[in-house]
Design a protein around this ligand. Structure first.
Ligand SMILES: Cc1cc2nc3c(=O)[nH]c(=O)nc-3n(C[C@H](O)[C@H](O)[C@H](O)COP(=O)(O)O)c2cc1C
Length: 192
């Protein structure tokens, strides 16, 4: 069982990263292979709509880290996309992942089908629901399975480290992690 978390915040150890790591730590303890991928703060281009990925399967014409990330997404059983809230929206790095990995995967035999997908979002005050909706729209159009938690997957946090002070955010991540493992374990049992 492989779980990949993509951090869309440029703050490498910021609240979004800590939320993702809290999920990965739980899943790792339960026996999953986990990987953290830093996307935020790295130069990236939007989709050029050139159609290259429909001809050269699994590849994007633009030579940046998206070509490094896509194979990791393809081989993962569960994918977490994390973004802080920026003007009630997700970061450009996560938007690039959605548009480009989304197009690559659809041209590559709908390679994300039936993987588990969860968004997580840090927010100072408002806009996180829009961020989570955007991420979940990506999962849902790609035939993925989206687990819930006991609240939306967000943490009310501004400065680095404030996630750990948000008890409800911490317990929401904990339950999300439990649900991801529950689904993965069900999936592997049924596959046998
Ligand atoms: C450019 C920018 C825009 C932001 N816009 C919002 C916003 O619309 N709503 C909000 O509640 N917080 C907003 N914030 C605050 C961040 O979402 C908050 O600090 C979050 O914890 C950052 O997560 P990180 O530590 O993972 O980077 C903004 C921060 C930045 C830098």
């Amino acid at each position: 069982m492989k779980i990949l978390a993509v951090n869309g915040s440029p703050r490498e150890l910021g609240n979004t990263a800590q939320m993702l790591i809290s999920v990965l730590d739980f899943c790792k303890e339960r026996g999953a292979d986990v990987e953290f991928f830093q996307a935020g703060g790295r130069a990236v281009q939007g989709c050029l709509a050139c159609g290259f990925c429909t001809k050269k399967k699994g590849k994007c014409v633009t030579k940046d880290w998206i070509n490094e990330l896509y194979p990791k997404m393809k081989s993962a059983d569960a994918i977490l996309l994390g973004s802080p809230t920026y003007f009630a929206d997700l970061t450009p790095e996560i938007k690039a992942v959605i548009d480009r990995c989304g197009y690559i995967s659809r041209a590559d035999g709908n390679s994300l089908s039936r993987k588990i997908g969860a968004g997580v979002c840090a927010v100072r005050r408002a806009g996180s629901i829009h961020v989570l909706d955007s991420i979940q729209h990506f999962f849902l159009i790609n035939d993925m399975i989206v687990p819930g938690s006991t609240y939306w997957n967000m943490s009310v946090a501004r400065d680095i480290g404030e996630f750990s002070l948000d008890d409800e955010g911490v317990s929401t991540m904990q339950r999300l992690a439990e649900n991801i493992m529950w689904l993965l374990e069900m999936k592997s049992t049924n596959a046998k």
